[in-house]
Design a protein around this ligand. Structure first.
Ligand SMILES: NC(=O)N[C@@H](CC(=O)O)C(=O)O
Ligand SMILES: [Zn+2]
Ligand SMILES: [Zn+2]
Length: 427
């Protein structure tokens, strides 16, 4: 099977080159990158005015499978992924049951393999049942192919137990993906702690809720040598700490989600739980710091923290609704519109943060557009405009605060191992 992608601009973060060229794919592998190829292929894609980029890798999604299939399934999750240009996703373990042993890892991996769209890598929980009391079967899960451990949804509050988990992660050479939240400091908070939310009479979550655990985890990484990756950073001080840690040679990387680099608590609509997520929308100062951190490559990764919930679950008001918003089908356009188009990031940095850097952190031979590599690609039109409409989502979750927003940038096609798994049908 020969696939020829013609007339695009190839973005390769592997060697930081941007060239106008055609990409020939044979049997799932990139065969030749060169201008004006004339070979007769089985399938041709015209990528005129588009970037040909390495398929996006989202190292933070919630697929809700097993156990919460009313919110999302592996099937709807990977359909959402490829619709958003993602060819690989890392699924968090806060399912029912929790992913704390090899059986659940195998269940998710097999399900994704049978569907055959995006690749799903299941992360393993740090503790049994995410109860924070006893370590899960990390070794067994490593054998089953987890790329990382994470207690996402919460922090392991017992620092000694977390340190032990880190030493095991070092042994198996996998990163620890850290959700930073001191649960005692949360103290019933539902939104950011600031003037805006005080006027709404809502209980606040202060920056220290995140910052204290970020600091602790960085110090534990320093002590154990574990590769620590901070999930969904939302505060200006987490950016500062990541910068300091990197300068000190500590193995830390960090991710930022689109909602945190775009919205503040002032954007919240009265009692609309589509603005409720963990960590919460912070202040303008935090947003600025996150953008500067991304620009300066202090912050390595853009991840979505795709967290689907049903309209009924989200419809009960901001105090009672669960935390989380969807992100797989809006991340690329939001990043293009808010960061690349406004000069915060180059297109190369976008490719690094949405593909190359996650691959490096997870130890995957992905994130590059190079001859001989597997053809995981996204054809992305940077100037095509649209309006965000959850009715277009493949995800079961429609819970987004970005409904109605005009954005620039559209995924035209997604290719996994040489197979076209999503293609925009013209309207
Ligand atoms: N981010 C969220 O607001 N919610 C996530 C949990 C998490 O990522 O911590 C979820 O699982 O719903
Ligand atoms: Zn989290
Ligand atoms: Zn999460």
């Amino acid at each position: 099977m020969l696939l020829l992608i013609k007339n695009g601009t190839v973005i390769n973060p592997g060697d930081r080159t941007e060239v106008k060229a055609d990409v020939l794919v044979e049997d799932g592998v990139i065969k030749k990158i060169a201008p004006k190829q004339t070979i007769k292929a089985d399938r041709m894609i015209d990528a005129k005015n588009c970037y040909v980029m390495p398929g996006f890798i989202d190292m933070h999604v919630h697929l809700r499978d097993p156990g919460m299939e009313h919110k999302e399934t592996v099937d709807t999750g990977v359909r959402a992924a490829v619709h958003g240009g993602f060819t690989t996703v890392v699924a968090m373990p806060n399912t029912k049951p929790v992913v704390d042993n090899a059986d659940v890892v195998n269940y998710v991996h097999n399900k994704a393999k049978n569907i055959g769209l995006a690749q799903v890598l299941q992360a393993g929980a740090v503790t049994k049942g995410q109860r924070g009391e006893e370590l899960s079967d990390i070794e067994g899960m490593v054998e089953a192919g987890i790329p990382a451990i994470s207690e996402d949804g919460k922090s392991v509050m017992d620092a000694q137990l977390y340190r032990e988990a880190m030493t095991i992660a070092v042994k198996y050479d996998i990163p620890v993906l850290a959700h930073c939240e001191d649960i005692n400091l949360v103290n019933g908070g539902v939104v950011n702690a600031d003037d805006v939310t005080e006027k709404m009479r809502l209980k606040g979550i202060s920056n220290a809720v995140e910052d204290t655990i970020a600091a602790r985890d960085i110090l534990l990484s320093k002590e154990t040598g574990a590769a620590l990756h901070l999930c969904h950073c939302s505060t200006k001080d987490s950016v500062k700490m990541v910068e300091m840690a990197k300068k000190a040679g500590i193995r830390v990387t960090a991710e930022v989600c689109p909602h945190h680099f775009i919205l503040t608590s002032s954007d919240m609509k009265e009692n609309d739980a589509n603005y409720k997520m963990n960590p919460p929308l912070r202040t303008r100062e935090d947003v600025e710091a996150l953008r500067k951190g991304l620009k300066a490559d202090i912050m390595d990764v853009i991840a979505t923290d795709h967290a689907p919930h049903t309209a009924i679950e989200k419809g009960v008001g901001i105090k009672k609704a669960p935390f989380g918003i969807v992100g797989l089908e809006t991340a690329a356009a939001l990043t293009m519109t808010e960061l690349v188009d406004k000069g915060w990031l180059t297109i190369m940095q976008m490719a690094e943060k949405m593909s190359y850097n996650p691959a490096q952190i997870l130890g995957l031979d992905k994130g590059m557009v190079e001859e001989g590599k597997a053809a995981d690609l996204v054809i992305f039109d940077p100037s095509r405009e649209s309006m965000i409409d959850p009715a277009d989502f493949r995800s079961k979750g429609k819970n987004t605060p970005f409904t109605g927003m005009k954005v620039k940038g559209m995924v035209m096609a997604t290719i996994v191992a040489g197979k076209i798994v999503y293609e925009k049908t013209e309207k």
